[in-house]
Design a protein around this ligand. Structure first.
Ligand code: AMP
Ligand code: ZN
Length: 115
């Protein structure tokens, strides 16, 4: 688990200290492929600025994360077939990296409810 800015995996990806397969970038957001994909499309969209969880984002930045997620769905070709955006939050939500991230999942039928 990572939980501080100095020791934050995703801040280190933003800084270029850890490699990632970047698929989209804006002034305020970065999108890169999940290292352990759970679906044919599995991309993480993060704000470049460190925030712990989705509830810590101001509405403008939250909207920018969602807009990038939708752009990724389009560029991955899953916007027509469908996709799922997930913000795992806190212990029971299964959050393991405490730099807020939006999972963009698609490319196969996704079960509901999740396990
Ligand atoms: P969560 O469980 O919602 O906190 O999701 C964290 C996600 O980060 C998991 O799906 C991991 O596979 C993914 N992940 C962990 N390390 C890396 C990395 N270095 N590059 C890309 N994705 C990663
Ligand atoms: Zn961070």
């Amino acid at each position: 688990m990572t939980d501080s800015v100095n020791d934050c995996l995703f801040c280190r990806i933003v800084a270029g200290e850890i490699p990632a397969t970047v698929v989209a970038e804006t002034d305020t957001t970065l999108a890169f492929r999940d290292i352990d994909p759970k679906a044919p499309t599995h991309v993480l969209v993060i704000p470049k600025e460190h925030h712990r969880a989705v509830g810590d984002l101001d509405p403008v930045l939250a909207g920018q994360v969602l807009a990038t997620a939708h752009q990724v769905a389009k560029s991955e070709g899953v916007d027509e077939t469908g996709y799922r955006l997930v913000f795992n939050t806190g212990r029971d939500g299964g959050q393991t990296v405490f730099h807020v991230h939006c999972h963009v999942l698609g490319g196969r039928g996704l079960s509901w409810p999740p396990g």
